[in-house]
Design a binder for this molecule. Structure first.
Ligand SMILES: [Zn+2]
Length: 146
């Protein structure tokens, strides 16, 4: 999937708006997500483009997106904050299944699945181009029953 990879950088306000939009698309509206741009030194993970810290009982999560200042210049593709956002939000759907994080292979499988799904979603979302505003409801009218 080599649709043109261009840099997507948001400020905090834009991130919050995108987060609300993607929470709707991904059916996560009942979660309170605190999202913001974070310097690398303020993140729990080393060399991460984003991270999420969930609180499952409260349906709350904190998402940190790496500040573009700290994005590694030698990375294979430009920074895409929207892709990182979608990736982290998808973790919310899978957290209950992976409470036991001792199994490294399961964790890798989870990461690979989320990465593939988030890239597919971003691809479809952007394919709409100028039509996005009208057509970005992924439910469409594909005959899904209410
Ligand atoms: Zn992940």
């Amino acid at each position: 999937m080599n649709n043109e990879m261009k840099e997507v950088i948001f400020d905090n306000k834009q991130l919050q708006e995108k987060c609300a939009e993607w929470q709707r698309i991904l059916r996560l509206q009942d979660w309170i997500v605190d999202i913001g741009i974070s310097r690398s030194r303020d993140m729990n993970l080393d060399n991460a483009q984003a991270e999420i810290v969930p609180c499952l009982p409260k349906r709350m999560a904190t998402v940190r997106i790496l500040d573009s200042v700290d994005y590694p210049p030698d990375c294979a593709e430009p920074q895409d904050m929207e892709l990182s956002l979608v990736h982290e939000l998808l973790h919310i759907h899978l957290f209950p299944l992976f409470a036991d994080r001792e199994d490294e292979m399961r964790l890798i499988a989870e990461e690979q699945a989320i990465e593939a799904i988030s890239r597919g979603l971003i691809y479809l979302y952007r394919k709409g181009g100028e039509q996005n505003a009208d057509s970005n409801d992924l439910r469409g009218d594909g005959g899904a029953e209410e």
